[in-house]
Unconditional design. Structure first.
Length: 418
């Protein structure tokens, strides 16, 4: 089939590559000309897509990248994988709206449009389909098909591959569901059909709310365990020996990425708008997680004070700036807030992260350095925010004057855990 994947980011590019590899003719559409230029040159910027795979489908003619909307004409299936950010606590669906209008201008009878971008329940039927109908003059469910299939991308996850993760699928009717399931059956090992798009949209939010709330729970418990004289990490290890009724979550300096700090608040906003009541669990969890960087800085200030050293004028080395273990992504990383708070207190802050590509410093507000022995020795305090495998942890233990370990990876008289 002729397939369009609109949005060539961390969700869209893996899908486009996999669809081309299984035999479809794929157009990767993105409005960012720099991205398109990289893709056309066979250069992948997504960690789970090797450049060699990209070059192979380019050479075979199965894949092309473009910023020209005219290249979308004649598609059989189009998949929307554009961002859905929050703006001042309100879902910003302008990327979906713009993409839907563009696709609607090329929509023909019998074609299918699938939304993968995360949003609140009702987005597919109440927003996407009406825009497609208006732009095309066709009727959804009659002249064209549509549905929702939430992304389940886990960058760098060694256990669950892209195509090995079960894929939820839904449609605006039985025919839409059959066609969408058939498409994804050829890409994923397992597809899971549900009764409608709202169910699939809610399921995606449940997945993220589950993680969001449980992370906030252990984060708050970490802030309370320390003054009680309890090692929260040992307590979590002990609780995890229970073989049922418990899922292990661990504390950290906050949450980041596109999903966790954003998606649960989509549901909270929708509930407030439609039902007029707050989603109290999500709002409380958001408050806890947003203030974890403050707790990290407070713990660090207390530790320095015990050593007769104020934060003001101290040289602080932050290790691990990305939001996730072994990832390259800086989006919404709590490291930015930790750095900001320390700089406001007068600290000289430096950051090290070997996973961030050279030149990708636009989201950093600290001087970037290597995680060398010289930098560790020169720091008055080291904060391990993310324990990437490329860090030399024994070296840090040996040479650091003081370490606040937010990941429970280090030991020694000079180390305190979060």
């Amino acid at each position: 089939m002729q397939v369009v994947v609109a949005g060539q980011g961390y969700v869209g590019l893996p899908l486009a590559v996999r669809a081309a590899e299984v035999g479809h003719r794929v157009v990767g559409y993105d409005v960012d000309p720099h991205r398109v230029q990289q893709l056309a040159a066979g250069q992948s910027y997504v960690e789970d897509v090797a450049s060699s795979r990209l070059r192979a489908i380019l050479d075979s003619g199965a894949y092309s990248a473009t910023a020209d909307a005219a290249a979308l004409a004649g598609f059989d299936i189009a998949v929307i994988t554009v961002p859905t950010p929050l703006r001042d606590g309100v879902p910003d669906l302008t990327y979906i709206e713009s993409c839907a209008r563009t696709l609607g201008g090329h929509l023909r009878r019998g074609a299918t449009v699938v939304l993968e971008s995360t949003s609140y329940p009702g987005t597919t039927e109440e927003l996407l389909v009406p825009i497609l109908e208006q732009a095309s003059g066709l009727k959804g469910g009659v002249d064209f098909l549509a549905g929702f299939s939430p992304e389940r991308i886990a960058p760098g996850n060694p256990r669950w591959s892209f195509d090995g993760t079960p894929k939820l699928v839904s449609g605006i009717g039985a025919t839409s569901l059959d066609v969408i399931k058939g498409f994804y059956d050829g890409i994923f090992q397992t597809t899971v059909p549900v009764s409608g798009t709202k169910v699939a949209e809610m399921a995606k939010l449940i997945e993220n709310v589950f993680r969001f709330v449980n992370i906030s729970l252990v984060n708050e418990m970490a802030t309370l365990a320390a003054p009680l004289g309890v090692n929260i990490w040992e307590a979590i290890d002990a609780a995890a020996t229970k073989p049922f009724g418990f899922t292990r979550f661990t504390p950290g300096p906050g949450v980041g990425g596109h999903c966790l700090p954003v998606d649960p608040l989509f549901l909270s906003w929708k509930i407030q708008q439609e039902l007029g009541v707050p989603f109290r669990f999500v709002e409380l969890a958001d408050d806890v997680n947003r203030h974890m960087p403050d707790y990290v800085v407070r713990r660090l200030a207390e530790a320095l004070d015990k050593r007769g050293m104020p934060v003001n004028g101290s040289r602080i080395l932050l290790l691990g700036l990305t939001y996730k273990y072994n990832a390259t992504d800086l989006r919404n990383s709590p490291s930015a807030r930790v750095a900001e708070l320390l700089i406001n207190l007068g600290a000289e802050v430096r950051g090290a992260d070997p996973n961030i590509p050279d030149g990708d410093d636009t989201k950093l507000n600290v001087a970037r350095v290597d995680a060398s022995a010289e930098e560790v020795v020169a720091a008055d305090a080291v904060v391990l925010l993310m324990d990437h495998t490329r860090f030399d942890l024994p070296m840090i233990e040996k040479y650091a004057t003081y370490v606040l370990d937010c990941r429970n990876r280090l030991s020694g008289a000079n180390v305190e855990t979060l």
